[in-house]
Every structure is written in C-alpha cells, then in structure tokens.
Design a protein around this ligand. Structure first.
Ligand code: EPZ
Length: 421
C-alpha cells in the first residue's frame, strides 16, 4: 500500500497513545502459563497482536478481542504452532518459553521481524539449554524439548530484551532459584515481570541480575499494560518538523521517555508535561547534536531513525550512532531523495541538508524506518508518496485516524501505479 501526502499547511493535533506492542507480545504469550481467565487492557489493535491471538486459539484457548481489551479463557491443550504467520513476527518466539513451561515441548517457527541485521536467537537458545532444554532447527522450524527443567544462573552476553523476557517466562515455574545476569530492564521487561508477579510469580530485580523463585501455580488475572513509549516518542519527534506547530499525547508515561525528552529539548523543542499528557512544541530551527542509542534508559534504538529525519533539517550536520542493531540504515538512501546529505562512518553517520526537496517517492523497508520516512514528509511543504506504508500499520495503533486528528491531507492506495507522479 502507499500513502500520498499533500502537506500544504501547519499541522497540530492531540492523539491517544495505546498499550506497548513490545509489552503486549510477551504478556500474551506468558498468559499460557496462567491457570484461569485473563483480561488484558490497553492492548493495541495491530497485526502482530492478531497473529499472537490466532496462536492462542490454535493451542486451545478461547480469545475475545474488542475495544483494546483481550479476554483469554480455557487452557492450552497442545504445543504445536503451525500458523505460518508466526514466522513473520519477532514476538512469536515468546511462545517457546510458555509452551515449554506447560508441556516441556514446543514446535513452532523461527521468528521474523524487521530486517535490522542478523537478529539471531542464540541468547534465547543458550538460556533454554542452561535450564535443561534441547532443540533442533530445520528449515524455518524449531523444536525444543526437555525431560526436566532445572534452575540455573544465566549470564546474558548482551542485555537482550527478547531473551530476558523469554527466560523469565520459562524460569517463573521452575522450582528453585534462577538468576539472569546482565538482563534487559526496558519498561516492557518490567511490565512482564509485574504481570507475572500479579499472577503469583516471585520475580525480583537485584543489583545486576533478576532473581526468579519458581512457583508451581500462576493464577489468571486482569491486567493493564503500559503505554507504548516508542509510539509516544515517534509522535513527539514528528512534532519537531517545520510543518507541525505542536502535538499532544494522552495516556502516556513521561517517566519512560526521560532521555527522549532531554534530547528533544537539546535540539530546541519545548516539552510540556501534565500528568499522563505530553505536549511537544516545534522549534523555529533544529540545533544539531550527536546522539548514540543504547539500552534503556539511554536513547532508544527504535527512535533513532525518526530522530535522524528531524536532525537532517539543518545545514549543520548531526552524528547518529545506533549501538543495538547492525543494519538500521536502509532508510537513509530514501532520505537522500529529499536532498538530505548522508555521510557514513560506520556504525555512525552524519545527516544534514541545505534545502529539503518538496516532492519525493519514499519506499519503506522496516517499521521504525517507515515512520522516519513519514516524518520526513513534514520537514517542508510539498507532495510526497510513501510506499510499503503497511509497515507503519504494524506498529502504530489507529495511524490513519491519528493523521485525521492532526489534520493531515492524505490518500491511501493499494496498487503500485504512480498516481502522484
Ligand atoms: C526488541 O527486539 C524489540 N522487539 C525491538 O523493537 C527493539 O528494537 C529491541 O528489543 C531493542 O530494544 C520486540 O520486543 C518485539 P534484542 P529484540 O534481543 O528482542 C542481538 C520494534 O521496532 N541479539 O534486545 O529482538 C540482536 O541482534 C522492534 O518494535 C543476539 O545477538 O532485541 C541485537 O543486535 C525493532 N542474539 C541486540 O542483540 C539474541 O539471541 C539487541 O536485540 C538476541 C539478540
């Protein structure tokens, strides 16, 4: 699908932020090991969530999803996941841990996810092995099995969000004490821990490790997931473009965005906080900075591409470095179509521009890169087309409704014909 944008005015708007996609994925999979009805609130209505819901149904649950509330009843009765769409999303690997915990066996697909580099799952598999599992991979399938799960001390080579979540889920029902050293402590990981502890788990965060005292039973609960800090940060950065005056966000949590807020102020934006509402006011001009992403609470890798689009609207270069993924660069060749100058010094690059073109056809190739290209259409007035805009729909709840709330003139097309050019 493609989005034609006719940027002919100064925009502003107020939008509602929904629950964190990257929190919902782990919590939905972890629901498999709870005994009893589960109700999850603030769940975003996104493709990845629907894939996880279909998987829950396939293993035996009754699932009802309406108005961002997910009701899960019944229980799992099989460990085989055969829905090919699981290989198109990253979060599908969270079912490895919950089905292993329930059945000591899981048969599924290797995970998909945005093309940001190799994206191996070795930390997950090494962690499973240290808890007593064996696995075999063939084609794009994986089979993991165990005769007996046992606690252990796991040392993660890198604070991987996915591996930390997967290993917490598996360890939460292994009697004894498991430690995960060098864990990820992103808000989405803490949300998963909070969810499991509400259900009766015994998980605590220590100096540089997570301690999990396994329990025999976890009970069904009602739980509201945290707001999506990446969705929030994306719109906060969009507000800094020349053709926006301001954007206000409701139902968000500025405590998860402290480094993003600091960065926005450093480049000249104004940020107003009022309980769970954030308003960002666009600066007259962008102040160049040098920025490096890192694990939480540093600047998030998922926003670095969108920030690069903002920083490119300056004659003076800014230097950007992503320390998390080795290939989050494909969007830069698209930004060049807007007369944005990119100088590479891997893993860093510099962006700047003396004059942003007012027309371009931009092709998306990953979720956050797609929002970056969308943002670049607001650096100056003009006519723009974004192809493969489906990527954005995978991570941004009610995206088209939000465009209307921000008074953006757009049309959506399905074919590849060049209606705009
Ligand atoms: C999660 O991905 C998020 N996805 C990503 O968001 C986010 O960018 C990332 O965490 C970092 O915050 C979901 O939660 C579904 P990692 P994940 O394991 O878990 C390497 C988005 O846009 N690594 O923390 O895959 C890996 O290649 C997505 O919503 C291994 O080498 O990230 C990467 O370089 C994009 N072996 C680094 O670690 C492993 O076994 C961090 O990965 C696992 C990871």
């Amino acid at each position: 699908m493609y989005l034609n944008i006719n940027n002919d005015k100064i925009h502003s708007g107020e939008i509602d932020i929904l629950g964190a996609k990257n929190s919902a994925l782990g919590i939905i999979a972890a629901s498999v090991i709870l005994d009893g009805d589960i109700t999850l609130y603030n769940i975003p209505d996104l493709y990845d969530i629907h894939v996880m819901i279909e998987a829950l149904k396939q293993i035996g649950f009754n699932v009802f999803f309406k108005n961002n509330t997910l009701k899960i009843t019944g229980e799992a009765n099989n460990f085989i996941l055969s829905n090919e769409s699981l290989s198109s999303i990253r979060g599908s690997y969270y079912f490895y841990s919950s089905l292993l915990a329930k059945f000591f066996h899981v048969s599924s697909f290797l995970p998909g996810g945005c093309n940001l580099g190799a994206r191996p799952i070795n930390y997950h598999l090494e962690g499973f092995a240290s808890l007593g599992c064996d696995y075999v991979i063939f084609d794009n399938h994986i089979e993991i099995i165990t005769q007996e799960l046992h606690p252990n001390d796991i040392h993660l080579p890198f604070p991987s969000v996915g591996a930390t979540i997967n290993l917490i889920i598996l360890a939460s029902t292994i009697l004894g004490v498991t430690h995960i050293y060098n864990p990820a402590l992103e808000p989405e990981v803490l949300d998963l821990i909070n969810f499991l502890n509400h259900a009766g788990a015994k998980i605590s965060i220590k100096e540089n490790y997570i301690e999990i005292m396994g329990v025999t039973k976890l009970k069904g609960i009602k739980y509201k997931i945290i707001p999506d800090r990446i969705e929030s940060g994306s719109y906060m950065l969009l507000a800094l473009t020349k053709t926006f005056s301001s954007i206000s966000l409701n139902n968000t949590n500025y405590k998860h965005l402290e480094e993003v807020i600091k960065t926005i102020k450093n480049i000249g934006g104004i940020v107003r906080l009022n309980k769970n509402k954030i308003t960002v006011i666009s600066p007259k001009k962008i102040t160049p900075i040098n920025i490096t992403s890192g694990v939480y609470p540093k600047f998030p890798t998922d926003l670095i591409q969108i920030l690069a689009a903002i920083l490119s609207d300056s004659y003076y270069p800014s230097t950007i470095t992503d320390t998390i993924f080795e290939n989050r660069y494909s969007y830069l060749k698209e930004l060049k179509k807007l007369n944005i100058d990119v100088k590479y010094n891997f893993p860093s690059y510099q962006v700047s521009s003396s004059h942003i073109f007012n027309s371009a056809k931009l092709i998306c190739s990953d979720l956050r890169g797609a929002f970056s290209l969308f943002t670049s259409c607001f650096l100056t007035h003009g006519h723009f087309q974004i192809q493969n805009v489906d990527f954005i729909f995978r991570g941004y709840n009610s995206f088209l409704d939000n465009l209307k709330k921000m008074n953006v003139s757009f049309s959506l097309g399905c074919s590849t014909d060049n209606l705009l050019f």
